[in-house]
Design a protein around this ligand. Sequence first.
Ligand code: ASP
Length: 295
Amino acid sequence: MEALLEDLGQRMADGEINALEAVTLAVEAMENEPLFNAGIGSVLDAAGTVTMDASIMRGEDRAAGAVVNLRTSQHPIRVANHLLKQGWPVMIVGEAADVFGEKQGVQQIDNADFVTELRQAQWEKWNLNTLRPGATDEDDEAALDHDLEDRPGMGTVGAVALDIHGHVAAATSTGGMTGKPDGRVGDTPIIGAGTWADGSVAISCTGVGEAFIRTCAARTMAFHHTSMGLEDAAEAVLDEVAPLGGRGGLIAVDTEGNVVLPFQTMLMYRGKYEAGIVDVAVGPEWERNDGAVSS
Ligand code: ASP
């Protein structure tokens, strides 16, 4: 994570890549990392297979791309990026989205190749609970990856960036929630719910998707940002999401260079690059690349 932030941060500072490409590359790298719930290492749905969602938005002109229920595209976020650049439509689903990705040169792999032992084990556990006579509704609920005690913090992935041109972008990618029913769509591919970017702020959310959809969380935060500033806007939106059962977190950057990364899950693995300094954290405390720790 530190090396990735260092590399992309430096390339943005040099003007080699813009915010849109930086968030795409950051998310692609996390889709390759089997511990995160995106791309390889995605959680398994009720049928025990991988279905992935992703979206991306460019702030300067609000161009967006969203893909739903991909099964074979190795990098869902790159498929969304191609869709954004094509300009129309904004959202495509299922096999058509994988076919579009393939035509754009996004590597296609077998669905089974996304499945890791860890995710298989999590699914077996979920499946056992579901089948157990007398299991409570809570046991039956689709599981949120940021809260799983055996692999905490390694959930849905997202990136936001502000480039040297003063433009922001946001990207989010996920396998969704363990045990999600066939055809379920979470907040991640919904522009305004899981992802948002406009002329002043970029936001990427994670958490129980249904609550983020019902509050249009990312767009609501952008709306509050104009009057409240970034920190209060983030708090306000998470407070609105929480009563709907929407435990989660978000990352956001504005065109002034303010950054927030609040979360209500047990942990959230996160990092930031600012003027050559990299900070990473999993729990509430931050660790800097100079070894200092802050809260
Ligand atoms: N928001 C994602 C979804 O509901 C899950 C997550 O962020 O962990 O599909």
